[in-house]
Design a protein around this ligand. Structure first.
Ligand code: DC
Length: 221
């Protein structure tokens, strides 16, 4: 068994930034599960499937071969053999991932892949249901959150830095809608696991959050 760190929380809480840094410092593998739901969502969009077409989603997800490889320490997601890292970071794909991820067939397929990745390796994995469902026995569980205004501002700056056009108010509206959906779905809703440590990053720097989580690891080693 590897050493497993699970980080869950709402959109824009800083999960991936923090998880990547922890992985670097501890020489762990970083598993970004949101990227897998995003790759799946991209496949539905490419096939002209709409979010409400449950049966088509269940049937079509079986044809989506999603694999993960690591190139220079970076997670690269392949969708039917194609590197889709450059296509999955848009608001459109993120919203579609939130709409289609409640589907049980989508979840079953991706959770299996995630558990496989964590089986024999030291991993830091982030998502919505890692501490509650994917890795219930993780060594360290963190629920990372921040106020919706702070999270929207971070997403906005991230998209701007990539040269994407965006609107702060629209982003905050979408973040709130996304949280609503992710927290209120029937299967594996986003919630803090009973044994997870709550970290509110609103007034913290990235480094402070990283140090806090590494401190939690040191306590359990
Ligand atoms: O973390 P992210 O923004 O890349 O995730 C995109 C969507 O994927 C998110 O709104 C809900 C879904 N998701 C999920 O249901 N379970 C996970 N473990 C990770 C993401």
């Amino acid at each position: 068994m590897g050493y497993n760190i699970a980080i869950d929380g709402p959109a824009g809480a800083g999960k991936s930034t923090v998880a990547k840094k922890i992985a670097e410092k501890k020489q762990f593998i970083y598993v970004d599960t949101g990227a897998m739901y995003r790759a799946m969502a991209l496949y539905f969009l490419k096939n002209g499937i709409r979010g409400e077409e449950e049966e088509k989603i269940s049937a079509t997800c079986k044809d989506a071969d999603i694999t993960i490889r690591y190139v220079d320490g970076e997670q690269v997601v392949f969708l039917n053999g194609e590197n889709v890292n450059g296509m999955i970071r848009t608001q459109e794909v993120g919203n579609m991932a939130s709409v289609t991820s409640p589907n049980p067939d989508v979840r079953k397929k991706l959770v299996e892949l995630q558990q496989q990745l964590a089986k024999n390796a030291d991993v830091v994995m982030d998502g919505r249901d890692i501490g509650t469902c994917v890795l219930p026995d993780a060594d360290v569980k963190v629920y990372l959150t921040a106020g919706s205004g702070v999270r929207a501002k971070r997403r906005y700056e991230e998209l701007l830095a990539k040269g994407m056009e965006c609107d702060l108010e629209q982003i905050e509206k979408e973040i709130i809608e996304r949280d609503e959906r992710d927290m209120n779905r029937e299967i594996s809703p986003l919630r803090q696991a009973d044994d997870a440590v709550l970290v509110d990053s609103s007034g913290m720097t990235i480094e402070e959050v990283v140090e806090k989580i590494i401190g939690l690891c040191d306590e359990t080693c």
